[in-house]
Design a protein around this ligand. Structure first.
Ligand SMILES: Cc1cc2nc3c(=O)[nH]c(=O)nc-3n(C[C@H](O)[C@H](O)[C@H](O)COP(=O)(O)OP(=O)(O)OC[C@H]3O[C@@H](n4cnc5c(N)ncnc54)[C@H](O)[C@@H]3O)c2cc1C
Length: 473
């Protein structure tokens, strides 16, 4: 049984690892992993600059979702897992060019502690009154999907969308609350609303449950001592090197004789099954010939681009930067910077004691312009915005950084629009008609690293079950 995997990001590598495990356990499985770039790993890239550990893409993953942690343990990285420095966890929101600390007790955007919220300058009196009224919302089961903005506005008003929901979501999806589907992105909130009505009461009930649980509190984010790329390097070391083909973009896939012909470079190869673990827009163009309807549905999944910029500074800047993990910038502030992370506080060992690392995110409506700019222009832009936001009290911020590096991520983050879950059902129905095909990646059921790990592993299990190599348990 031969299986082709297209895409060597974490989703494709996780699929390959699952197949490798089955192969080692005796299943008659052979695979080839195609990656168009010179390196495997997709957006998981770690650099070392001036003694600092720099993440070009994701810097960590949420601890609550187990799949990435479980994979790390399986590939021998259990002792390399580290947690975020939650003792210093503080996030600021930029409001009228002033950084305001997010009040204690916010769970995502839902306030669960009265006093810190009442005294927080982050919200106007009108929003605070809406928060109190929200407590009495009756259960509400929405009949149709809606945007995150619509749901949050119904509960807390428009200021909550602008100052919290939207910046938090653009930090995760690079997307807008007015575009993203509440069911696909915040399904838990939709369930809480249906059961409790008030999100505040629902969150408190969840918190009370957590307080009685015997498991000790875990850090919010997990990462790896040597950076996220450690996961990629360890996975690669456990795969069959003859199966790994980098710098080989797949050009076409054609269903033939119950299997698939995959054309890449100047070669075509025959496989019994196919896992596409590339972004949905790539899957769409590859499957156009096999099934135009499936290709159309996949092409409807939108993707956004982003740029990250790592800036290194000296001890003086480190001492005068605010404490905490960093800040988020609401769209209404009209800036190109969406967020910045103070890496030396979030993961202290990633910078020597005499270095500060500020990681900036640029995205949103002007991102195409930023992608087209030179590195020098992008660095200039983020430095100017940082100086305006952080102010002249940050000593040394106006001097040249010790290092600066720009990373461009074109169409890399899936945006789950309204109706995404229904689209997934249509995609699944169409997929089932094509023999031995599975889809993985961040376009479907979760954009974070743990969800991508799960999607790759499930895709591998699915093709093995569909082709009866390994029966599902
Ligand atoms: C800047 C940024 C920050 C992020 N931060 C976080 C974070 O902190 N925590 C978190 O959990 N998640 C984060 N994410 C999201 C998460 O990292 C991604 O969703 C996830 O890594 C995607 O993995 P993937 O394998 O599905 O896709 P990708 O990493 O995009 O990999 C797909 C691969 O397919 C290859 N490919 C494309 N076309 C072809 C072809 N025709 N033939 C062969 N190969 C092809 C590409 O070259 C690429 O390597 C972040 C994402 C970005 C961009």
């Amino acid at each position: 049984m031969r299986i082709a995997i297209i895409g060597g990001g974490i989703s494709g590598l996780s699929a390959a690892f699952t197949l490798e495990e089955k192969r080692r356990a005796g299943a008659a499985v052979d695979y080839v992993l195609y990656e168009s770039a010179p390196n495997f790993g997709g957006v998981l890239v770690t650099d070392q600059i001036d003694g600092c550990l720099i993440e070009a893409g994701p810097d960590s993953f949420v601890t609550e979702k187990p799949w990435a942690t479980d994979l790390c343990r399986k590939i021998g990285l259990g002792d390399q897992l580290i947690g975020s420095n939650d003792a210093d966890r503080k996030t600021y929101i930029l409001v009228r060019n002033r950084l305001i600390e997010m009040p204690d007790g916010l769970m995502f955007m839902v306030p669960t502690k009265i006093l810190p919220t009442v005294f927080s300058p982050l919200f106007s009196l009108r929003t605070k009154i809406r928060m109190a009224q929200e407590w009495f919302h009756p259960p509400h089961k929405a009949t149709a999907d809606e945007t995150v903005a619509a749901m949050v506005e119904r509960h807390y008003g428009p200021e909550m969308v602008d100052r919290l929901a939207d910046p938090l979501l653009s930090g995760i999806y690079g997307g807008e609350a007015t575009q993203l589907s509440v069911r696909a992105v915040l399904g838990r909130f939709a369930d809480m609303e249906a059961k409790h009505g008030s999100l505040g009461r629902a969150m408190l009930a969840a918190r009370a449950k957590m307080a009685t649980s015997k498991t000790p509190p875990r850090p919010l984010f997990t990462s790896l001592r040597e950076g996220m790329q450690q996961m990629i390097d360890s996975l690669l070391a456990r795969l069959d090197p003859r199966a790994l083909r980098h710098s080989v973009p797949v050009q076409s896939v054609i269903p033939q004789d119950g299997g698939w012909t995959v054309s890449a470079g100047y070669q075509s190869d025959q496989f019994d099954a196919l896992i596409i673990a590339a972004p949905a827009h790539v899957a769409s163009s590859l499957l156009r010939q096999a099934d135009p309807n499936l290709a159309r549905e996949l092409g409807e999944i939108r993707y956004s681009s982003s740029v990250t910029v790592a800036l290194g500074y000296d001890e003086a800047v480190r001492r005068s930067l605010p404490p905490g993990f960093g800040f988020l910038v609401p769209r209404s502030e009209k800036r190109r910077l969406l967020a910045a992370t103070f890496v030396h506080n979030k993961f202290p060992h990633r910078a020597p004691k005499d270095r500060a690392i500020v990681r900036c995110f640029v995205g949103g409506e002007h991102v195409e312009q930023t992608l087209a700019s030179t590195d020098e222009q992008v660095i200039q832009l983020v430095r100017e915005e940082l100086q305006q936001i952080l102010g002249p009290q940050i000593l040394g911020l106006t001097t040249e950084p010790l290092f600066a590096r720009v990373y461009r991520w074109r169409s890399a983050m899936a945006q789950y629009g309204v109706g995404h879950l229904e689209r997934l059902e249509r995609i699944e129905a169409l997929r089932q008609k094509l023999p031995g095909l599975a889809l993985a990646g961040n376009g479907f059921s979760g954009i974070g690293v743990p969800d991508c790990v799960r999607s790759g592993s499930e895709a591998a299990t699915k093709v093995l079950a569909d082709t009866h190599v390994v029966s599902p348990v």
